[in-house]
Design a protein around this ligand. Structure first.
Ligand code: APR
Length: 262
């Protein structure tokens, strides 16, 4: 393992198919708690079995829907940080260079989209869409707090957040698109994920097995830190802007693009 952003930046500049996988860590600098960081992580304060499972919702739909709505309102007050912005810039540069770029996130906060990222695969759903458990009707929810918990659908059914709970299957279209992107890329960048939750973590395994170079950005080690090509210990809001600048220059994108495209 080599802690060298130069080599990683060189690989990013040369790559033809880039896939990025993000986790809660990329939103930490926007003021959103991660799940497993000691003390501050949500799961150190709350028991996921009481809040993030279909059984928990059946048992206490008021508690669960109120908790997720509070998270939705908290996220509403947050802004994308330099890490999100760097990935949106990376996508634009890739587009201009004819490079295939895929952004896969485990996050449900839509800060990537708020930063300008165009195509985002939301593996674990989103806080911004709520679904009726009876008729399945989905609706975007960007307004103030619900007036009742759980919120009620026009069919009379209870509505739940459009996130993927533990024990639930992921959307197979998203999962297969993510799998294809991980297996076909020549560079996978894993950012701000503890890499312990599956099937998302398998995408890192798939990329390594397919021979792609893998860069990990995380202040803490993960189970893959000894297997990846580069593991940079740092905050994504600091490391990613630097990486994009080392690879493509400081925003005068046109110059680097022309010279490297030959
Ligand atoms: N920049 C980059 N990484 C960071 C930062 C930061 N500023 N701050 C913390 N991290 C790292 C932590 O070291 C940790 O490895 O982010 C990771 C967050 O890990 P988790 O809290 O486990 O979040 P994540 O990997 O996204 O969890 C996966 O688990 O609870 C479920 O559905 C939920 O999508 C979530 C999934």
């Amino acid at each position: 393992m080599v802690d060298s952003s130069d080599q990683a930046a060189g690989r990013l500049r040369e790559a033809k198919r880039v896939t990025v996988l993000t986790g809660a860590g990329i939103s930490a600098e926007s003021g959103i708690a991660t799940f497993r960081d000691a003390m501050t992580g949500l799961w150190s304060q709350f028991n996921p079995a009481d809040l993030a499972t279909p059984e928990a919702f059946r048992r206490d739909p008021e508690l669960v829907s109120r908790w997720y709505d509070e998270r939705r309102l908290q996220v509403a007050g947050c802004r994308p940080n330099d890490g999100h912005l760097a990935l949106a810039r990376m996508e634009r540069i890739a587009g201009a260079r004819g490079v295939k770029f895929t952004l896969i996130t485990q996050n449900v906060d839509r800060l990537h989209q708020a930063a300008g990222s165009q195509s985002v695969i939301e593996l674990h759903g989103t806080l911004w869409v709520w679904r009726c458990v009876d008729c399945g009707k989905e609706a975007e929810e960007t307004g103030p707090a619900f007036s009742e918990y759980p919120p009620t659908c026009i069919c009379g059914g209870s509505r739940r957040p459009g996130v993927v709970w533990f024990g639930e299957g992921l959307n197979w279209r998203d999962l297969s698109a993510a799998g294809v992107a991980a297996k076909a890329c020549d560079l996978l960048i894993s950012v701000g994920t503890s890499s312990v939750v599956y099937p998302a973590a398998r995408l890192i395994e798939d990329a390594i097995a397919a021979g792609a170079k893998v860069l990990e950005v995380n202040p803490n080690p993960t189970p893959f830190s000894d297997e990846v090509d580069w593991s940079i210990r740092g905050k994504s809001g600091e490391v990613l802007p630097r990486l994009v600048e080392e690879a493509f220059g400081n925003g005068v994108d046109a110059h680097r693009i022309d010279s490297s495209a030959g």
